[in-house]
Ligand binder design. Structure first.
Ligand SMILES: [Zn+2]
Length: 73
């Protein structure tokens, strides 16, 4: 029943990825989550969601199109 002190470490390895914010140009965009559409709908489409820690903007990014779209909250 001992999972050790390293249990859960893997869930933090994706953090630290930073991109430049299209609005304030700070390298402060933190990846919040990544969504991949189901393969049965055709070519899988990846959408990534970012939040800027500098200006509080939220963005939706499509790697396939390299397009940023603001997310209204
Ligand atoms: Zn920003």
């Amino acid at each position: 029943m001992d999972f050790g002190p390293r249990a859960g470490k893997a869930s933090h390895t994706a953090a630290g990825e930073r991109r430049v914010c299209p609005r304030c140009r700070s390298k402060a965009l933190a990846l919040q989550r990544r969504h991949v559409s189901p393969a049965r709908l055709g070519e899988p489409l990846t959408t990534e969601y970012y939040e800027c820690e500098a200006c509080d903007a939220a963005w939706q990014y499509s790697p396939a199109q390299e397009r940023w779209k603001p997310v209204s909250t």
